[in-house]
Design a protein around this ligand. Sequence first.
Ligand code: ATP
Ligand code: MG
Length: 408
Amino acid sequence: MTNKQAAIKILRRLRSNGFEALLAGGCVRDMLLGRRAKDYDVATNAQPKEVTDLFKRTLNVGAKFGVIIVLIENQQVEVATFRTETDYVDGRHPGSVKFTTAAEDASRRDFTINGMFYDPLIKEVIDYINGQADLRAKIVRTIGRPAERFSEDYLRMLRAVRFSTQLGFTIEPLTWSAICTNSSNIAQTSGERISIELEGILINPNRSAGASTLFNSGLAEVIFPGLFSKNRKIAVEVLGQLREKVDFPLALAGLFAGCETDFAIDMCRVLKLSRSQTKHIKFLLANRGKLLDSEMSLANLKKILTEPYFDDLYEFQRAIQMAEGGTANTAVLENLSNRIKELGDVDLKPKPLLNGHDLIRLGAVPGPALGQLSQELYIAQLEGKLHSSEQAEQWVQKWMQRHREIEK
Ligand code: ATP
Ligand code: MG
């Protein structure tokens, strides 16, 4: 069962029990655009308690705000009671919600394109806020007065940029000017919420335009203070060169392409990224330029190839090269790629020919020198100079002899 079928099944059930029920929000927008919707949300006049009574399996995620998740088969559908949100206390959470009508529920939503309902049983759009006209004109416009709607929840400014990026829409002039005037207030929003919207902007293939919008609005500078006057051009260009499908760390590396690694990592702290995402970005930024070394030793090549984010590093570097000088600038990477192909299916991370015990048996003294010996031995193995443990033993003997002479 698809998410859409699950939503419609729930909707029929609510209807047959005397409630109003409609598809709502993003899925209506996407259906009208002929895009695949991420998920299908149901809006109803049934109260949360009535929803949980009607369905066997439910999750009470936000009954206070009128939101229940209904589970059928392998699907989860959000069923929300028509509501208005009032008394915004901190530009984030509504102080209270009041259960109400579909028309009022439409007007608490953020943008006209997101404020429509759809009755799938009679195939009718229910449009209280003129969303269809804006959808046709490809416009992101707040429902109601922009400054007022943003002051209820400043994250909506970033959402406007996300929808304009994802859909290729323009932001309506009054909505845009309210974003520019209020951009500094995005700082009142939590890092986690900012991060979700920013990811939506930057992983989209239209990310370069999205980044420009972030810069032009002033939002980028507020989220990442001190960043962009000088780095903006390279960021937009690198983002524009990245392949279509990227994940968030690679996209963020693109955004910070013109910055020092430590500075970028410090800036990213506000996003509350996972440890592995941070490691990923840091790897990409800290290893910029490494793949341009046409003299890279075989051992170093094998080592970098076994890094989990190698493919992203290659892609990041390719985008930088393209941004800085077009295809003429990527020859060095193509050579590298040929070198990699020539390696065939060689074991990039072979088991060391000798381990620490073997080295001690051969007379090495435990301590820092042993570590160094073992590293150098492994490099020689990766370089393809040693193929058997006998060869390795001979190499170790020579190494120890050389070092004894140095010590004397
Ligand atoms: P996507 O397809 O990316 O999920 P969406 O439109 O479904 O886009 P969601 O964030 O899932 O966006 O929110 C669902 C709906 O809830 C929106 O379409 C909008 O009507 C409403 N909404 C979400 N966040 C806000 C907000 N901060 N302020 C007002 N309305 C909101
Ligand atoms: Mg959604």
